[in-house]
Design a protein around this ligand. Structure first.
Ligand SMILES: NC(=O)c1ccc[n+]([C@@H]2O[C@H](COP(=O)([O-])OP(=O)(O)OC[C@H]3O[C@@H](n4cnc5c(N)ncnc54)[C@H](OP(=O)(O)O)[C@@H]3O)[C@@H](O)[C@H]2O)c1
Length: 353
């Protein structure tokens, strides 16, 4: 059952915190792929909550991103690789909770692109096998798997991208291993961060808002930071979420509407911002799986229930990030970087009198 259908439950049953983190020592949560965009958001929000110890798992604990995580309160970085099962066994030792995430991105190869279904399934299998071992040994009480919105519909045979079907296969592997009762599946839609590309011709600029989906089709999106907020809320409220799944999104707008929003923020007056879609033929050549995904979004759509999510977010103290506030923040960051570059140049070249 999808969690969103449970929104009619009595308030007390849903929102009473479960006493998580009120005792001492704090429950330990392991976060896989902690240096990924999702993993980083999850680590930051769990750290900010002050009620968990976080074991941030990274392949390279001394990378810049990993060392930045290690500076956050209550965060320890440990080495772990989803393709090396034995590293997960020790990284998960004694934890109360696990946030599990996998990646299809293997490295770009001409004619294949970068996304490889089997690569992600191999990680998922190691992850779930380790979850099962630690659930049996007793300490592990809550596993969150981050999949993709929406669940596989057995009645529909729409061709779906490999980096979706891989996650659906991992979801099935959770079920067949009897882990449903300790698990929550969280299913995010496309990130706002995908719009923040450096690819020439498809960058956000004064006149362009880029995308991969047709300009008139509704496309659900989310700030990656919001994934961290939802995951924190799920770990804080296990009674409400154990055995459940939740599709999460922050916006549902067409490409044209997103472009109009950006134009309003930039106040470009008569200069019109165009929504620029990467032609599907080019997309298919560069990253075939993203081309398939765009077809799938246009035809089937993600299907998160924004109305119900807003009610639930309100109850859980989650502030859903709007695309317009994300764009404003990005814009002011860009401006302040430009300003600091200018003042940096000034301080280097203007003699101090
Ligand atoms: N992009 C979207 O719009 C979107 C939307 C919904 C869901 N998703 C899904 O969310 C997941 C995460 O995506 P993301 O964009 O957050 O990731 P990301 O920022 O691209 O980061 C990928 C991470 O994977 C780590 N990694 C690679 N191979 C690994 C392995 N064998 N073991 C452990 N870590 C490994 C890398 O870390 P190191 O190199 O530091 O080890 C890197 O931090 C993906 O499955 C993606 O399909 C994405």
């Amino acid at each position: 059952m999808d969690f969103s259908s449970r929104i009619g439950l009595p308030q007390g049953d849903k929102c009473t915190p479960d006493g998580i983190g009120t005792g001492s020592p704090r429950p330990v949560i392991a976060v896989t792929m902690a240096t990924s965009r999702q993993g980083t958001a999850v680590v930051r929000h769990l750290s900010k909550s002050g009620i968990f110890e976080i074991r941030a798992i990274a392949r390279s604990p001394f990378s810049k991103q990993a060392m930045n995580l290690a500076k956050l309160p209550n965060v320890n970085v440990v080495k772990g690789d989803l393709l090396e099962a034995e590293t997960l066994e020790s990284a998960f030792s004694g934890v109360y909770g696990i946030f599990g995430n996998t990646t299809p991105t293997k490295g770009w190869v001409l004619g294949r692109g970068s996304m490889v279904r089997d690569y992600e399934i191999a990680q998922g299998k190691n992850l779930i096998d380790a979850v099962k071992n630690h659930a049996h040994s007793g300490a592990l009480k809550h596993f969150i798997f981050s999949s993709v919105c929406k669940p596989k519909d057995p009645l529909k045979s729409d061709p779906a991208p490999g980096h979706f079907t891989s996650k659906w296969s991992i979801e099935e592997y959770i079920l067949i291993n009897g882990l449903k009762q300790i698990s929550t599946i969280i299913r995010p839609v496309s990130y706002f961060e995908n719009f923040d590309t450096n690819l020439p011709g498809v960058q956000i600029s004064k006149t362009v808002f880029p995308g991969v989906v047709d300009k008139d089709k509704v496309w659900q999106t989310i700030a990656v930071d919001d994934v961290g907020q939802w995951v924190k809320a799920v770990f804080k409220n296990p009674k409400m979420f154990l055995g459940e799944s939740i599709n999460i999104a922050g916006e549902e707008l067409t490409g044209m509407e997103m472009a109009a929003l950006w134009q309003k923020i930039k106040s470009t007056g008569t200069q019109s911002v165009q929504y620029s879609m990467v032609p599907r033929k080019i997309m298919n050549l560069i990253e075939h799986d993203i081309g398939l995904m765009a077809n799938w979004i246009e035809r089937a759509g993600y299907g998160a229930d924004l109305k119900k999510l807003r009610i639930l977010a309100n109850e859980l103290d989650i502030t859903i990030t709007s695309l317009s506030s994300w764009l404003r923040e990005k814009d002011s960051l860009n401006n302040s970087t430009k300003m600091s570059n200018v003042s940096d140049l000034r301080s280097r070249f203007i003699p101090v009198t």
